[in-house]
Design a protein around this ligand. Structure first.
Ligand SMILES: [Zn+2]
Length: 125
């Protein structure tokens, strides 16, 4: 079952605010990332979220299955906002793939470590 769009937006905002409080602002961007929700065009991959070059955190509504999934996706992408975009690209040029890219591994680790704490906090509000 898919999570409803309105619920996604409602909790997405809270999760995003939680991330700002927890991790602070990035040193690498002048502005704070923006959280946007998009429908996935039919390109086939199972990407749930993305941190774009124009500094948006995109959540693909169709790919997010539940609230935990939404929390993990936003924490993961927020971590990319904190990380250096220069090194992010550099690693990919060193032929790092999604599986062995140090920044991807770090983002997954943080998402797995913190999603329960975030979930508890936003459900209490
Ligand atoms: Zn990532």
């Amino acid at each position: 079952m898919k999570i409803k769009k309105e619920i996604c937006r409602h909790y997405g905002k809270k999760i995003f605010e939680w991330c700002i409080k927890k991790y602070g602002y990035s040193k690498h961007y002048k502005f704070i990332s923006e959280l946007v929700f998009r429908k996935k065009d039919a390109c086939g991959d199972k990407l749930k979220g993305e941190h774009t070059d124009c500094d948006e955190i995109v959540v693909y509504l169709d790919e997010v299955k539940n609230i935990s999934d939404l929390v993990k996706t936003i924490i993961h992408e927020y971590t990319h906002y904190i990380q250096s975009p220069v090194w992010f690209q550099r690693y990919y040029k060193l032929e790092k793939t999604f599986e062995n890219h140090p920044y991807e591994i770090q983002a997954e680790k943080i998402a797995e470590r913190d999603f329960k704490e975030c979930l508890d906090d936003i459900l209490k509000q």
